[in-house]
Design a protein around this ligand. Structure first.
Ligand SMILES: Nc1ncnc2c1ncn2[C@@H]1O[C@H](COP(=O)(O)OP(=O)(O)OP(=O)(O)O)[C@@H](O)[C@H]1O
Length: 317
């Protein structure tokens, strides 16, 4: 098991109070597993990814643990996390390809990064060049400034860079959203190849694009309002989802929602609850077509079959 997360609660401090962005998240990741993390904007996907590597100034680790390769990650302790970043846990943050330092040639930027971690560029250069070539980039990109590369090339540089030290866990946050369809596919395939070649052990791919993650993920987790509501093999989530929210998400997708007949391509009515004061009971119930009295109590997440977990009182119906 690469990662075991148990009861994770992470809040944002605001003037109005705590935003409960992660409110009791538990899951595990087997060695070699790629898990896709899906859900509407604001459900907590990015917060979950960040929590496993770097809390930003307003984030507060309230409860729960994350154990990576048998060792607890000190997620609330920025200093203690530092030696683990990039080498044990690595992230490709949202918009990272646009965040490459415009004043540095790529090679120099990577050399400086390595040096800041106490590693020598010379020791890593051959492997760096080999991996750039693997993703179709010539060594001379190291002499380029970011502005001289296309979006797809920059994203491939970022992917090579983030996995250069062979981290156990890679968090890829919306790595395809700013790219055209051809580049999206190439980037998604590259993530799988990096896993297959052992550059990373396991991966969390954060996305709102279920159809893309379906192509590469072994497992899909669906989040709603700061909690995981369903987790299952990718095929099961797409073809036989149990949670009404997952069904609605799939139904809103043209490519993979074909089996949901009349419901397909309809947006989900209503809005997710605000996480400053999340409702009691099932958080989806105000929007749920199946909501009943029992949904006033919080549904536990239970296994409906091997490898398929759902948090819904109606999932067994
Ligand atoms: N700096 C912040 N201060 C206060 N609340 C925040 C902050 N960042 C995020 N949040 C809140 O935390 C919740 C989870 O946000 P998060 O960015 O993790 O969601 P997401 O699912 O990744 O959304 P998106 O797909 O838009 O990136 C949201 O309710 C959001 O408004």
């Amino acid at each position: 098991m690469t990662l075991e997360v148990e009861g994770l609660k992470v809040h944002y401090r605001t003037l109005k109070g705590d935003v409960r962005a992660l409110d009791g998240v538990s899951f595990s990741l087997a060695d070699g597993e790629i898990v896709g993390l899906a859900g509407e904007s604001g459900c907590g996907k990015t917060t979950l990814g960040k929590s496993l590597i770097r809390l930003d100034g307003r984030m507060r680790h309230v409860a729960g643990t994350a154990v990576l390769d048998g060792e607890e990650l000190p997620i609330g302790d920025d200093k203690a996390m530092n030696p683990r970043r990039w080498s044990a846990v690595s992230i490709i943050p949202q918009y990272s390809m646009s965040a490459l330092n415009p004043t540095r040639r790529i090679g120099r930027m990577i050399a400086e990064l390595l040096r800041s971690r106490g590693k020598s560029y010379r020791d890593h250069r051959d492997e760096l060049v080999r991996r750039l070539e693997l993703v179709g980039l010539e060594a001379r990109v190291l002499d380029n400034y970011p502005i001289e590369l296309s979006g797809g090339m920059k994203q491939r540089v970022v992917m090579v860079l983030s996995t250069l030290l062979d981290p156990s866990l890679l968090i890829a946050d919306e790595v395809t959203s700013a790219l055209d369809v051809t580049n999206q596919k190439a980037v998604a395939e590259t993530l799988v190849r990096f896993r297959d070649m052992g550059f990373v052990k396991s991966m969390i791919v954060v996305t709102h694009d279920l159809s893309l993650v379906y192509q590469i993920a072994d497992t899909i987790m669906v989040m709603y309002a700061g909690q995981i509501v369903e987790k299952a093999p990718a095929e099961t989530i797409i073809k036989a989802p149990r949670h009404p929210y997952t069904r609605a998400l799939i139904g809103a997708l043209p490519e993979v929602g074909l089996e949901y007949g009349d419901e397909r391509l309809q947006s989900i009515p209503g809005k997710p609850p605000h996480l400053l004061h999340p409702p009691t009971g099932c958080r989806f119930r105000a929007r749920c077509p199946l909501a009943a009295d029992e949904c006033a109590a919080e549904p536990p997440i239970v296994a409906v079959e091997a490898g398929h977990e759902v948090s819904c009182w109606k999932a067994a119906d």
